[in-house]
Design a protein around this ligand. Structure first.
Ligand code: ZN
Length: 310
């Protein structure tokens, strides 16, 4: 079966330690990879996900100690949404209160219970209660019982001037289908992909454009099962939509191309292979600082510049 949907979502954040504490301790995600921004090696690049770091579970963060806060607006990701079992929303509501995390009361969206909250940089996140996923494996160490643990991405919502041009890319290139409408929201679903299979487009014409910075999403990456599938998507973008992508870049854990979609967001197409066990054992993912081969000679300098985290 062809796998579609979101591969990873990458966001900008403030201080590294605060970000690590929030995502690994408060939310209980697995730090799957600790590396640097390949284009700016004085900055960490953290990957949070499930045990193995499957596509569709990965939130990646560039933490800059002094990042200025961004502002949500048109042409940006409005909300990054994780899946939890149906019975877990009560647990999470209590936990967010306990931990002093700003959140809203649970609400219904497309018939699903949604608990919206913000990370320490003001990034908009939500948990969605999904029936029937209790038995799915979940990463759980520390305080959060496995029955309540996050099970990857539900998806993301994008704030757009107009939904249709972005919807055309989702359906024609990434294998999504429009499945529902509610108010100004249009829901797209990637077949029966469970992890990261939902993208909601919110049409908000007249809203001012967003400003990148801490607490905003930098880009969303969609899955390509192989290099050949990725090349097919690149061809479709060019032939059917007049959009050119970057050349393919080797990100060590996947191979990526990037493009600006018609609504203004930066999209990426990332291959499933080789995955996060490419440069360290699956049992100890995320513990050591990993560097791409071209930066290994500079390890000492890089380690001296990076903030210490634990
Ligand atoms: Zn990416």
């Amino acid at each position: 079966m062809r796998q579609n949907g979101i591969h990873h979502i990458t966001a900008i954040a403030g201080p590294a330690q605060r970000n690590l504490d929030f995502y690994t301790r408060t939310l209980g995600l697995h730090l799957v990879k600790k590396t640097v921004n390949f284009d700016d090696p004085g900055t960490y690049h953290f990957y949070y996900g499930d045990e193995a770091g499957q596509p569709g579970t990965i939130l990646t963060i560039f933490p800059w100690e002094h990042a200025a806060p961004g502002r949500l607006g048109i042409g940006e990701t409005q909300e990054t949404v994780f899946r939890v079992p149906e019975g877990a929303i009560g647990y999470w509501t209590h936990r967010l209160v306990d931990k002093g995390v700003p959140h809203e009361a649970p609400q219904k969206r497309f018939g699903e219970t949604v608990l919206a909250f913000k990370d320490p940089d003001g990034m908009r996140l939500a948990l969605v209660a999904v029936p029937g996923i209790e038995a799915e494996p979940a990463w759980s160490i520390g305080e959060i019982p496995v029955e309540h643990a996050i099970r990857g991405f539900h998806g993301a919502s994008l704030l757009l001037d107009k939904a249709a041009p972005t919807g055309a890319i989702l359906t024609d290139v990434f294998g999504f289908t429009e499945v529902a409408r509610e108010g100004s929201l249009v829901r797209y679903k990637a077949g029966d992909t469970a992890l990261g299979g939902i993208v909601d487009l919110r049409e908000a014409g007249g809203f001012p454009p967003g400003r990148p910075g801490a607490g905003t999403v930098h880009h969303i990456a969609f899955r390509a099962a192989s290099d050949a599938v990725q090349a097919g998507m690149v061809k479709k973008l060019a032939e059917n939509h007049g959009i050119r992508t970057t050349e393919q870049k080797d990100r060590d854990y996947f191979r990526a191309v990037y493009f600006r979609e018609p609504g203004g967001l930066l999209f990426e197409i990332a291959t499933d292979a080789p995955g996060f066990a490419a440069d360290e054992p699956a049992e100890s993912l995320g513990r050591a600082l990993k560097l791409p081969r071209f930066l290994e000679p500079k390890r000492e300098k890089i380690e001296a510049v990076l903030p210490k985290v634990a």
